[in-house]
Design a binder for this molecule. Structure first.
Ligand code: FAS
Ligand code: PHB
Length: 389
């Protein structure tokens, strides 16, 4: 087999990259470890930056998002009984679209399959070869046979646990990590959302988040310890804990119901530099992970895909290798800004086990500063809605 760009991973990064390349006349083959249904069973991100929404429209997969997604021009930070609104639109002229990552991925799959894209599912033993030469290739097993996919370039879109990042020699890689001493217990329920805009709650019992997917599908999270087990969290226990962390008026308005999905996700900040080596280019979670407090994970993946697709198109159209050579530096500049914001929001809103009284006062002072300062709220608005590419 041969293609121009071998894409490892059929999550949002891999699917979006293969679509942007195909629409520019560039051949790509997507190698995905899981089935289509398994990929679409994941409940992940919910908030799309305006740059992400524009990129999806440019890829020809924005129609359902524009029809079913909800444009939000603000969100709330709560501390005890106070609610601080961050009016994105007023402060920085940008909004976000609330539309689940699952639906983004579904739209990408539907469009790619309709247009005859080559996406191989249930692929095993993917290995990357000769990345530092002129003839890289990917070997893999599929439908009982061994295969070799020759290509010009490899896009590592295989998430945190995929093989691509590890294909960069350890002596070349510089990894930066912070693992947080807690996780998020998330619940999806077919109930009307308690709020029309997201609420990020700081409370002495721990962080909570009120989010949504549509007028009859709500997404909620509470911070839990790393030792917590999902089987110890009945729906009633979750609802009681969520109420306890919200302002009274919000807690009183909460409509509860049976969970249709419940899971615990660990939180970490992680960046691996460089994001390219030889003919390999990393996108999304393959290169970086952020705590979801800043709603950045999926949006960073789209930003990487924007830069890499532009670079590959410049190469195949004009034989210009300049953007490919600059990809890692360009992508990392944007990644580190988002990593900082996600770390800042996580530090501001969560209860750390080793927090002292001083730490608690620092959180209260920073939230008080946001309540009093339009400049402070503007900084949050600019970061949350996403820096332009
Ligand atoms: P993905 O991990 O989505 O996709 C990688 C793909 O590669 C997967 O389909 C995988 O099966 C495939 N793959 C892996 N190894 C392979 C191999 N050896 N061969 C072939 N294929 C292979 N972000 C937010 O903004 N907000 C959130 O609330 C949020 N919640 C999250 C909750 C969880 C539990 C997780 C894990 C992440 C969450 N994220 C959130 C971040 C998430 O949305 C990612 O940023 C997003 O999925 C990144 O997309 P990809 O880079 O495509 O990686
Ligand atoms: C979600 O709706 O899943 C969501 C929204 C915003 C976040 C994290 C998760 O920051």
């Amino acid at each position: 087999m041969r293609t121009q760009v071998a894409v490892i991973g059929g999550g949002p990064a891999g699917l979006l990259l293969s679509r942007l390349l195909m629409r520019a006349g560039i051949d790509a083959v997507v190698l995905e470890r899981r089935s289509r249904d398994r990929v679409l069973s994941r409940i992940r991100a919910g908030v799309l930056e305006s740059g992400t929404a524009d990129t999806l429209r440019r890829a020809g997969v924005g129609e359902r998002m524009d029809r079913e997604g909800q444009v939000h021009s603000g969100c709330y930070l709560s501390a005890g009984e106070s609610l601080i609104r961050i009016p994105f639109g007023d402060l920085c002229g940008r909004n976000v679209t609330v539309y689940g990552q699952t639906e983004v991925t579904r739209d990408l799959y539907d469009a790619q399959e309709a247009d005859g894209a080559v996406i191989l599912h249930d692929v095993e033993d993917v290995a990357l070869h000769d990345l530092d030469g002129d003839a890289p290739f990917v070997s893999f097993r599929h439908e009982g046979g061994e295969h070799r996919l020759a290509c010009d370039y490899v896009a590592g879109c295989d998430g945190f646990h995929g093989p691509s990042r590890q294909a960069i020699p350890a002596e070349i890689r510089r990894e930066f990590e912070r693992v947080y001493p807690f996780g998020w217990l998330g619940i999806l329920s077919e109930t009307p959302p308690v709020t029309d805009e997201l609420i990020y709650a700081n409370h002495e019992r721990g962080f909570a988040l009120c989010s949504l997917r549509n007028p009859m599908l709500s997404r909620y999270y509470v911070q839990v310890g790393l030792d917590e087990k999902i089987e110890d969290w009945s729906d009633d226990r979750f609802w009681d804990e969520l109420r306890a962390r919200l302002p009274q008026g919000t807690a009183d308005a909460l409509v509860t119901g049976p969970s249709i999905e419940k899971s615990i996700a660990p939180l970490r900040s992680f960046v691996s530099e460089p994001m390219s080596w030889g003919r390999l280019f990393l996108c999304g979670d393959a290169a970086h992970i952020v705590p979801p407090t800043g709603a950045k994970g999926l949006n960073l993946a789209v930003g990487d895909v924007h830069y890499l697709s532009e670079a590959l198109i410049a190469f195949y159209r004009d034989r210009d290798r300049g953007k490919l050579a600059g990809y890692s530096e360009t992508a990392l500049a944007r990644v580190w800004k988002a990593v900082r914001f996600s770390w800042q929001m996580t530090t501001l809103l969560h209860r750390f086990p080793d927090n002292t009284g001083f730490d608690r006062r620092m959180q209260e002072a920073e939230l008080g500063q946001l309540e009093a300062s339009e400049t402070g709220r503007r900084l949050v608005a600019e970061n949350y809605t996403g820096a332009p590419y």
